[in-house]
Each structure stands twice: as C-alpha cells, then as structure tokens.
Design a protein around this ligand. Structure first.
Ligand code: EPU
Length: 301
C-alpha cells in the first residue's frame, strides 16, 4: 500500500481513487454500509493490520483564487505543493506550514501546524460532503472547532463527512526566504518523508495544569514549558529525551535521534507491532517519570 509513509507492509481490500465529487458520490453509494476510510498521503496513519474496508483517496488537486485574498484548494492537493505555488506567485500566509506532509483535506481535519502557525489561522471555511445524505455544505472556521491538532472532523463529524476543499486567506507578499528557512530547519531535524518511514511527530505535546508544572519545575528546573489557554505545554520531545529514548531501537522501530517526538521505521523492516510496542514503552516511561500521559498524534487504524 503506497499510502502509508511509515512504509509498513500492509494491504487494503480495496483502494478507490476519484476525480470528481460525483464520482465520489457514486463510490459512496456502491459501498454503503462498508467500512470506509478516506486517506490523504497516509502521513499520519499507522496501519496495525491489513485494512478490511474501502480506502478512498482523492485525485482532485486544483486550486483557484476566489478573489485577491482567498484561495480554494481541493482536498487531494498536497499542502506543500499549494504553498510552493502560492510562494511562486508572491502570496504569503501559509509558508510556516512548508514541507508538512499531507494533503489539503487532511490539513483541515488535523489542523496541522509548525513554527507558531496552524492551518486554522488561515482557513476561512471548509466544504464537506455528508456521507449519508451525499449533500455538500460549507462550514465556517468556527464551526470546524479547531484545536491543537484537532477539529470537529476527528470527533462529532468523524466518519460522517468528507472534506472536499478548503478556503484559505492569503495575502500578497514575499514569503520565499521564510519558506526556505523552514524547509532547512525541518530537513535538519525531521526524517525526510519518502526516505525514512515515519509519520512525523508520533505524539502530541501534552498540556498539564499549572500546579503540576510548578511541582515538576522544582524537580526539573530546566524543563521547557509554555503557558497557553489549555494549560502549560511541555514539549514531549524533552520528556522522551529525559527518559533516555533518543536514538533507541526496539525491533525495527526507532526513536529518531534528532527529534525524539518522531518514531521511524529504521530500515524499512518494522512491523506494526514494533511501532506500537515502542510507542507504548516510551509513553509508559514518560508517565512513570513525570506522571504525564503523552498521547499519539498518529491515528491507529
Ligand atoms: N526538544 C528536546 N529534545 C530534542 C528536540 C526538542 O528536548 O531532541 C525540546 C526543546 O525544548 C524544544 C522543544 O522540545 O524547544 C520543541 O521542539 P520543536 O521545536 O522541534 O517542536 P515540537 O514541539 O517537538 C512541534 C510539532 C512539529 C513541528 C514543530 C515545529 C507537535 C506534535 N509537533 O514539535 O510537527 O514541526 O513543533 O514547530 O506539535 C508533526 O506534527 O508531525 C510535526 C513534525
């Protein structure tokens, strides 16, 4: 299955790719009642076994300007291709998200983010298809209930709608230098998608109550911490490094030596169990040492 960036050897019963919304409607009618999973580039998924359902993937990958400051991109366009095109045309607004793997549709579901920017900062609205009624509707940014790597599409609307396109706010402006800087930083720290199997950050950064952060700071004065409305954010990378996991291997799975938030399929031979086991051991040891539970950002299928 080429659509999993972990490079794990799993199979799906059926993969259907569609080129138009009408085709998608037909596919949904034919496979009504079956298990359906709409994927993007598969860069945030961990298939723990063969998938006995229908995988859907969009080949709709156009973008068009609705006006000077609004661009609508179809779900199957790679986010980084969109950003590259916008940068070339001298538009800015999305460049902090440069090189994040994944497609436009998933970027809204997951509210991807990096270097102080999140997809939600630029998203004006999202067009979705209701899987039951097959009707389209447009949801405003507020209706999407975006949070840290989170949205309504991961909760109430999970398995109920498919994101068809996303409308972003962009501005005329030079973004090439920023984009290049971000690409350099990412390439220096993160395993390159397509070369080393991974799903980017495996865990989300945890938020803890202020009292817990203060108590931990007495024990670990060097602990990085960032105040936020959700609580104090502690970098999971730091917690994992303190537990001695950086660069450690278990079976074919490895904690990335440059950024321990990432688990990689070191030599392309990892089984799903290797990755699940390593992730569990990492998470358990962080819990034992800090009493903080770190949760996967990656979706287990
Ligand atoms: N750190 C360590 N050891 C390390 C690396 C980092 O202790 O080896 C600590 C440092 O204190 C550092 C802090 O972790 O200041 C934050 O590290 P970094 O800037 O690399 O960011 P992150 O919080 O670990 C998040 C995103 C990344 C995104 C970066 C850059 C999540 C789950 N991950 O990582 O997103 O690229 O910020 O903004 O929020 C992804 O989601 O797949 C992803 C790669």
């Amino acid at each position: 299955m080429p659509y999993n960036t972990f490079g794990i050897d799993v199979k799906a019963r059926l993969l259907v790719e569609y080129d138009t919304v009408d085709e998608l409607r037909e596919v949904l009618k034919v496979h009504r009642g079956e298990r359906i999973l709409h994927i993007g580039q598969g860069s945030n998924l961990l298939f723990t076994k063969d998938f006995d359902g229908v995988l859907l993937h969009s080949r709709m990958c156009r973008a068009r300007f609705l006006d000077d400051e609004t661009v609508e991109a179809q779900n199957g366009l790679r986010l980084d291709d969109l950003i590259a095109q916008l940068t070339d045309m001298n538009y800015c607004g999305l460049e902090k998200l440069s090189l994040i793997p994944g497609e436009v549709g998933a970027s809204a579901v997951q509210n991807v983010g990096a270097y102080g920017g999140e997809a939600k900062d630029a998203i004006l609205s999202v067009r979705v298809l209701d899987i039951q009624t097959l009707e389209e509707r447009v949801m405003s940014n507020a209706e999407c209930r975006f949070g840290y790597r989170d949205s309504i599409f991961k909760h109430e609307l999970k398995d109920r709608v498919i994101v068809l396109s996303v409308v972003y706010h962009v501005e005329k402006g030079y973004a090439r230098a920023k984009r290049e800087e971000i690409i350099r930083t990412r390439l220096a720290k993160l395993p390159e998608v397509g070369k080393v199997g991974s799903a980017g950050s495996f865990f989300m950064n945890p938020f803890v109550p202020e009292e817990q952060a203060n108590a931990l700071l007495k024990l670990f004065p060097d602990m990085p911490h960032f105040d936020s409305p959700q609580g104090v954010k502690i970098p999971a990378a730091w917690l994992i490094e303190q537990c001695g996991w950086k660069g450690k291997t278990l079976g074919g799975a490895q904690v990335w030596h440059k950024q321990p938030l990432v688990i990689v399929n070191a030599e392309g031979k990892a089984t799903p169990e290797d990755i699940v086991n390593l992730a569990k051991q990492v998470s358990d040891s962080v819990f034992d040492k800090f009493n903080i539970r770190i949760n996967p950002e990656v979706n287990y299928i």
